[in-house]
Design a protein around this ligand. Structure first.
Ligand code: NAD
Length: 423
């Protein structure tokens, strides 16, 4: 991987920038530039033909000064320790900004899950959990699903861990099926959190959500719920949506039923048909004349060469890393309010926090309570971010929402380390 694209280097540079803005203590900065702990495991897995294949897995605990490490597990052919380290750092800042009692962690296995059958997937999941069992647990490190890992995989891992420790431990992993005390509300909590942030940002920017035009990139968990919720919660008009094959744009607004039909019939939302609908590429979607742009698919979509053409007033990063560092600066100079991923999509981990608290206490909530508590936490994160940005502006220092969020998150972790006597 080229030096400048190394995600861990990007994570370190972002921290360095925040450290400079907030005049972070040098000793705290040094601790926070590196993960606290990284484990590499070799996993022998029985395959369907009777042979044993060996895989490599990682678990990184970046910082746990504020609570157990928290972060997903990815099964991906291009997984590297540096990707896992970067994602673990970003989880640390995400949990801190949300002000929930977790540190940051991440895990991964280098593998191509599309080639596995169910038995091989279960064998790999259990082998991975045996590999990392000695460093995870309800009070130590709480994994969750991520790229190509599912509630079923979480269930196998929770079962394997429970066998090792000799008792059920439901709180050691989140994103579980509801049958073993996963949370009903978790499935749309990422998009729901993004919607609460959108509501608050629209108020601040005086965007009328009833009249607002929205473009969403991505039609998976994050994108699809962003589409349905922005219509059902605020009556907004989603005028464009896309998947990996491309997108569709109708200035009059899109219809969910027709979208689903198009997806079922043609395999892509591009098959959508209406009087004024036209096909757009994923690149064109980002440049449409809309009020709000929601990238909800993959990373590095708004870059140096297209950031200047973004017309939206508000950009909500529902995907992880959809805006490159260069593009963040261009958008900031242009006056586009670009709200960072670790604020906008923190509804996912806040939902995981609710699952964990319920597992630990043994008392279960209904969905309205889940959504109301999510609203309270993420709205506070948004307000903290805006207040910090304004605080710097009052001192004549212009900082982006991303840097404001960083300053809050890093400051909370540094204070916890200080209180504990780590520096
Ligand atoms: P998903 O796999 O359910 O959906 C991904 C969507 O992106 C699909 O519609 C796919 O067709 C589309 N896509 C793939 N390649 C594309 C491309 N080149 N251009 C445009 N679209 C493309 O994934 P998801 O869970 O919705 O996650 C989407 C993003 O949100 C990721 O960045 C993820 O890290 C982030 N995120 C998700 C959650 C969550 O709870 N699901 C939480 C935090 C962050």
């Amino acid at each position: 991987m080229a030096e400048e694209l190394n995600p861990f280097k990007i994570a370190q540079e972002q921290l360095d920038q925040a450290a400079q803005i907030m005049k972070l203590d040098r000793q705290a900065h040094a601790i926070l530039r590196e993960p606290k702990r990284q484990l590499t495991v070799t996993l022998p897995v029985k395959m369907r033909d009777g042979t044993t294949k060996t895989f490599t897995g990682f678990r990184v605990q970046y910082n746990d000064a504020r609570g157990p490490a928290k972060g997903g597990i990815r099964f991906h052919p291009a997984e590297t320790i540096d990707t896992v380290k970067a994602l673990a750092a970003w989880m640390t800042w995400k949990c801190s900004l949300a002000n929930i009692p977790f540190g940051g962690g991440k895990g991964g296995v280098i593998c191509d899950p599309k080639k596995f059958n169910d038995v091989e997937m279960e064998n790999l999941s259990r082998a991975y959990m045996r590999g990392i069992a000695s460093i995870v647990g309800t009070n130590q490190d709480v994994p969750a699903p991520d790229v190509y890992t599912t509630p079923q995989i979480m269930a196998w891992m929770m079962d394997e861990y429970s066998r090792i420790v000799g008792h059920n431990d439901f709180g050691m992993i989140t994103g579980k099926p509801v049958e073993i005390w996963g949370s009903e509300g978790r499935k749309d909590s990422t998009a729901m959190g993004g919607m609460f942030v959108m509501r608050e940002a629209a108020k601040a920017l005086k965007i009328d959500l009833k009249k607002a035009k929205i473009a969403v990139q991505g039609f998976g968990n994050a994108g699809m719920y962003a589409y349905t919720l922005s219509k059902s919660m605020f009556g907004s008009k989603v005028v464009a949506i896309s998947d990996s094959a491309g997108g569709v744009y109708d200035p009059d607004g899109l219809d969910m039923k027709k979208l689903e039909e198009a997806k079922a019939k043609t395999g892509s939302v591009q098959g959508y048909q209406s009087k004024n609908a036209k096909k757009v590429s994923n690149e064109q979607l980002l440049e449409l004349p809309v009020d709000i742009l929601i990238p909800a698919a993959i990373e590095n979509q708004v870059k140096k060469d297209n950031a200047d053409r973004v017309k939206a007033k508000l950009l909500l990063e529902l995907a992880n890393g959809p805006v490159t560092p260069d593009a963040t600066n261009i958008l900031f100079e242009k006056g586009v309010v670009d709200l960072p991923d670790f604020l906008v999509n923190s509804g996912g981990v806040i939902g995981s926090y609710f699952e964990w608290t319920q597992n630990v206490s043994g008392y279960y909530w209904d969905t309205p309570r889940f959504d109301a508590e999510l609203d309270k936490i993420i709205t506070q994160s948004f307000r903290d971010t805006m207040a910090t940005q304004k605080g710097y502006a009052d001192k004549k220092q212009k900082i982006s929402p991303r840097m404001a969020a960083y300053v809050i998150a890093v400051d909370r972790v540094a204070r916890a380390m200080k209180a504990r006597g780590w520096y």
